[in-house]
Design a protein around this ligand. Structure first.
Ligand code: ADP
Ligand code: GN1
Ligand code: MG
Length: 364
C-alpha cells in the first residue's frame, strides 16, 4: 500500500462512504502534518487530514476534548447571533466509527476536519489585514471568556517563561549535541534579560494578572481569510488553554510584525514592522479592550518583546538538544531561527517607548 492509499484508509474511518480522489501535503506547520483531501462527494468536497504529534501533545484525548469544547461554544454563540455563513467561521471535526474525533492506527493519531471553502492563510499580512486579524483574535478571546468547560493544559507550562528558561539552562548544561560552546554569547544575552522576561509569572503569583482562555499559537497563518480579505476563522486550536493574553498579542506580533522571516539568515531584514504593529494593536484593542485590565494593556509592549525572546529560548534549547522538537530544513536551522528571533527582540526593545505611546493614544 503506498502512502496515499494508507492515508485514504485512515480518512475512510471518518468518511466511510467518502470517494477520495486525491490527498496531498498541505501547509507548513512545524509540529503536526497536514494533508488536503479531495473527494468526489457533493456533500463536502474537501477535508484536512492531520497527524497529531503525540510526542508533543501527549494526551490526545484531552486535546480533542478541549478543541470540541471550544468549537462547540463558538458555534453556539454564532448561532445565537444568527450569524450568516457559520460553516466557514468555525472548524468542524469529523467523527470516526467509534464515536471519537480522532483515530489511533497503532502508531499515530489522526483527525479530519472540513476544509473551509474559498479560504486562504498567509505567512505575512498587510497592515489592513493585520487590523482584521487583531479584531479576530480579540473576538476569539472574548467569545471564550464564558466557556463553561475547564480546559486542560495540552502542553503543561507551554508559555511559562520560567519553565522555558529552565529547559534552556538544562539543555546547555547537558550539551547533548556538543553545541553549547558555540552559543555562549547568545546564552549570556538571554540570561541578562531573564528576570525582566519572567515578569508575567511574577505578576500572576502576586494576584495582579489573570489567566484567560487563550489561543497560544497566534501565528499569522493560523487565521483563515476569505478571498476579499475578511477574516473567516481562527484555526490550529491545539494549544487553546488558560494563559496570559500576552501570548496571543505577542505571538501575532512576533510573526506578522516582522519585516523579515522567522528564520531569516539576513538579520538586516529583521525589524519591527511599525505599520503592522499599529494596525494589529488597534484591531486587538477594538475587540479585547472591553475586558482587558490596565495591567494587561500597559504590558502589551512587554508581550511584544516576550514572544521573540521565548521563541529564541525555545529554538536555541532545541538546537542544543539536537533538534528533537521542531521540524528543520537543514542542520543548524534552529540556530538560524534563534538568531533571527533575537534580532527581532532587540528591535522590539528599541521600539518599546514608541509602542507604549501608541497604545496610550489608542486607549487614552
Ligand atoms: P499546523 O499545526 O501544522 O500549523 P494548521 O491546523 O495550522 O496546522 O493547518 C496548516 C494549514 O492548513 C493552515 O495554515 C491553513 O492554511 C490550512 N488549514 C488548516 N485547517 C484548515 C481548514 N479547516 N480549512 C482550510 N484550510 C485549513
Ligand atoms: C509551532 O505548529 P505551529 O507551526 O503552528 C509551535 C509554536 C511556535 C511555532 C514557531 C505546539 O507552531 O509554539 O511558536 O511553531 N507549536 C507548538 O514557529 O510548540
Ligand atoms: Mg498552524
Amino acid at each position: 500500500m503506498n502512502l496515499e492509499e494508507k492515508l485514504g484508509t485512515i480518512v475512510n474511518r471518518f468518511l466511510p462512504d467518502g470517494k477520495i480522489s486525491a490527498i496531498r501535503p498541505f501547509g507548513n506547520g512545524l509540529i503536526n502534518d497536514s494533508y488536503l483531501v479531495e473527494s468526489a462527494d457533493s456533500y463536502h468536497p474537501e477535508y484536512i487530514l492531520q497527524r497529531i504529534n503525540h510526542h508533543i501533545f501527549r494526551d490526545v484525548d484531552q486535546l480533542q476534548r478541549n478543541i470540541l469544547a471550544v468549537t462547540g461554544h463558538i458555534r453556539n454563540k454564532l448561532l445565537e447571533r444568527n450569524e450568516p455563513d457559520i460553516e466557514r467561521k468555525v472548524l468542524e471535526f469529523m467523527v470516526a466509527g467509534d464515536g471519537k474525533s480522532y483515530y489511533f492506527d497503532g502508531e499515530s493519531y489522526w483527525r479530519v476536519m472540513k476544509f473551509i471553502p474559498d479560504s486562504v492563510s498567509y505567512d505575512s499580512v498587510t497592515p489592513e489585514y493585520a487590523g482584521y486579524a487583531g479584531r479576530a483574535f480579540g473576538q476569539f478571546q472574548y467569545l471564550l471568556s464564558d466557556l463553561p468547560d475547564e480546559l486542560g493544559e495540552t502542553i503543561p507550562g507551554f508559555h511559562n517563561m520560567e519553565l522555558r528558561l529552565g529547559q534552556l539552562r538544562r539543555a546547555a548544561a547537558v550539551d547533548r549535541a556538543g553545541r553549547t560552546k558555540g552559543v555562549k554569547d547568545l546564552l549570556t544575552e538571554l540570561e541578562s534579560r531573564g528576570d525582566e522576561m519572567c515578569k508575567a509569572e511574577r505578576l500572576y503569583r502576586e494576584g495582579k494578572l489573570p489567566k484567560r482562555v487563550c489561543h497560544c499559537d497566534t501565528k499569522v497563518d493560523n487565521i483563515l481569510f476569505d478571498k476579499k480579505g475578511g477574516v473567516l476563522c481562527v484555526i490550529d486550536l491545539d494549544t487553546v488553554m488558560p494563559g496570559f493574553i500576552f501570548s496571543d498579542y505577542g505571538d501575532f506580533m512576533r510573526t506578522a510584525a516582522n519585516t523579515g522571516a522567522e528564520d531569516d539568515r539576513n538579520l538586516d531584514n529583521v525589524n519591527l514592522d511599525v505599520a503592522v504593529f499599529e494596525a494589529f494593536t488597534q484591531g486587538y484593542l477594538h475587540t479585547a479592550g472591553k475586558f482587558l485590565t490596565d495591567i494587561e494593556v500597559e504590558n502589551l509592549p512587554y508581550a511584544a518583546a516576550l514572544f521573540p525572546y521565548m521563541q529564541c529560548v525555545r529554538f536555541l534549547a532545541d538546537y542544543l538538544d539536537g533538534d528533537s522538537y521542531y521540524k528543520i530544513d537543514y542542520p543548524g536551522h534552529n540556530l538560524i531561527r534563534a538568531k533571527a528571533q533575537f534580532k527581532l527582540l532587540r528591535s522590539m526593545e528599541e521600539n518599546t517607548p514608541r509602542m507604549s505611546a501608541f497604545i496610550e493614544k489608542c486607549t487614552g
